[in-house]
Design a protein around this ligand. Structure first.
Ligand code: 5RP
Length: 264
């Protein structure tokens, strides 16, 4: 691997081989998502505990100080919205020159396997990987399911993750699912877990993150289940303990409960 590519990846993936990426990119198709209405306010307390941010150029420029930023994974796909016809019909929204200007550590886009726009999104990935390789910037492919959350099973996610890697993604972000090892085993590049809509209890989150890590994921890119929690700092500390300290779900829950008690 070229030095620049390796250097950028090492800014995101920590020396233990793991990473906790904080996504705050949801506004690019959802508008002012709950608890992300003012991204700077959401980010301020939790940023110290993440390893990188997944973010669009607009929110990066408006809401993150360049002197005090974490490594950036720049969201460079979009062009659709939750009120439009089809979330899968994304294009590339940001040039490679802009990514270089912003000094980002990686660039990320969504792919939509099995939709009417499968081919377009895969060709977006191939083009982005060509640009990324030219300048030493790794591409993170997101296996998106749009509103069809039921697609999140091992067969589909393994297929989508493998295709992403084949087309040049250096890292794949996909959902956790039962039999997650099947997804990781079939994917020749590191796999990071997305979070998905907020679930009912903190323990449910700790349990799936733990299971994914035990089955070969290198970390998470998990947003709403952290910053939509009433105690986001407690939540990110609990998740961090699983990612970087090999904590069990029970230990992560104890960290959460302790931090919550301090903050209450
Ligand atoms: C939105 C994304 C998000 O980065 C991804 O969904 C992770 O965030 P969350 O944990 O809130 O689902 O790609 O398009």
């Amino acid at each position: 691997m070229d030095w620049g590519m390796a250097n950028r990846l090492s800014r995101i993936i920590q020396p233990d081989g793991h990473t906790l990426i904080m996504p705050v990119d949801h506004g690019y198709f959802q508008g002012p998502t709950r608890k992300l209405e003012q991204p700077r306010k959401t980010l301020e307390p939790i940023m110290p505990y993440c390893d990188a941010l997944f973010i669009t150029r607009g929110v990066l420029r408006s809401s993150v100080d360049p002197e005090n930023a974490k490594p950036i994974v720049l969201r460079v796909s979009g062009g659709t919205s939750v009120v439009g016809k089809d979330l899968a019909n994304e294009g590339l929204t940001t040039s490679i020159e802009e990514a270089i200007r912003l000094n980002v550590s990686a660039i990320g886009l969504s792919i939509f396997i099995g939709t009417d726009y499968e081919k377009d999104s895969l060709l977006n990935l191939a083009k982005l990987a060509d640009d990324g390789e030219k300048y030493g910037i790794p591409v993170m492919a997101v296996t998106a399911v749009g509103k069809e959350l039921e697609k999140r099973d091992a067969r589909y996610l393994a297929l989508a993750s493998r295709i992403a890697a084949e087309l040049g993604a250096r890292v794949v972000k996909t959902y956790w699912c039962e039999n997650f090892a099947k997804v990781v085993t079939g994917c020749p590049v590191p796999v990071i877990m997305a979070g998905g809509p907020k679930v009912d209890t903190e323990l449910q989150v700790f349990e799936f993150v733990y299971d994914g890590m035990q089955n070969g994921a290198i970390g998470v890119n998990l947003g709403r289940n952290i910053w939509q929690n009433p105690f986001p700092t407690a939540m990110i500390k609990g998740i961090r303990s699983i990612i970087h300290e090999n904590a069990t779900p029970k230990q992560a829950q104890e960290i959460y409960d302790g931090e919550k008690a301090k903050a209450s």
